[in-house]
Design a protein around this ligand. Structure first.
Ligand SMILES: Nc1ncnc2c1ncn2[C@@H]1O[C@H](COP(=O)(O)OP(=O)(O)OP(=O)(O)O)[C@@H](O)[C@H]1O
Length: 252
């Protein structure tokens, strides 16, 4: 494993009972990459993410993050489809908990700085139910960034949001990613989202999930407006390539 590899997956398989859900998969993710896993429903994207987070143990092969076996709850910042904030805490209180859990110094400045990073201002004292769903998901991302682990794992974090909010969060996450350089693995069903966010897109086959396409996305990572990016001919070409790779393998 090169020291610059954030994730290394070798001969990975995962079965639920008799059913092979994932693999075999070999995949190496260098530091700083924004990897998007995309594929049809049930192809094993979430399983693969849970294996990288250490929540599940592989039934075959190995997963290493930062050169070691992932430790559940410690190895990465995690964001799920639902924000999963603590409703009895304020917005700031939720960030404080994450900082404390990560063994970091808790200051009001640090909390504000993390919230500002995801575009939130003056909400630290509010209750989580006093902010919108999109804002709650921003808090969840800020909480994941509070963990100073370089790995960020996101499982369809924008799937439950309306289209406009989703686009705004995609745009902001792209900027956060460019600014922090965190190695990220992002799971989605959306081809558009995959190409918009990823520096690399991996398409999985229907179960068992194997790598059908592993594509480097050479689009600019910063300094370009979302509309301009989506309007590039290269964007359309990548979208078509990823879309074909998914459709070619799905029988309906
Ligand atoms: N805990 C479990 N026990 C048994 N089978 C499971 C379990 N979790 C997932 N599976 C099965 O493994 C396969 C992969 O599931 P997984 O949730 O990883 O896919 P996915 O690509 O993330 O799906 P979706 O996009 O619909 O969320 C599916 O067939 C699913 O039914």
């Amino acid at each position: 494993m090169s020291s610059a590899d954030a994730i290394r997956i070798d001969g990975l398989t995962h079965s639920y009972g008799e059913t092979l859900a994932v693999g075999p998969i070999d995949l190496t993710v260098p530091e700083g990459e924004f990897l998007v896993l995309v594929g049809a429903s049930g192809c094993g994207k979430s399983t693969l993410l849970r294996l990288i987070a250490g929540f599940e143990q592989p039934t075959g092969g190995s997963v290493l993050t930062g050169g070691a076996k992932p430790v559940p709850g410690k190895g990465a910042g995690l964001v799920f489809q639902q924000p999963r904030l603590f409703p009895w805490k304020t917005v700031g209180g939720n960030i404080e908990l994450a900082l404390r859990y990560a063994g970091q110094t808790v200051t009001a400045e640090r909390v504000e700085e993390l919230l500002a990073r995801v575009g939130l201002h003056d909400v630290a004292k509010r209750r989580t139910w006093q902010i919108s769903g999109g804002q709650q998901q921003r808090v969840a991302i800020a909480r994941a960034l509070a963990v100073e682990n370089p790995l960020l794992l996101l499982d369809e974090p924008f799937a439950a949001l309306d289209a406009l909010t989703r686009e705004k969060l995609q745009e902001d996450l792209r900027q956060v990613s460019a600014a922090t350089g965190r190695t990220s693995v992002f799971v989605t069903h959306s081809v558009d989202e995959a190409v918009f966010l990823g520096s690399r897109v991996v398409v999985l086959t229907p179960r068992p999930g194997r790598i059908a396409l592993d594509l480097k996305v050479g689009l600019p990572r910063s300094g370009i407006a979302a509309d301009e990016l989506r309007g590039l001919p290269e964007f359309a070409a990548l979208r078509a390539e990823v879309g074909h790779a998914i459709r070619d393998r799905v029988t309906v």
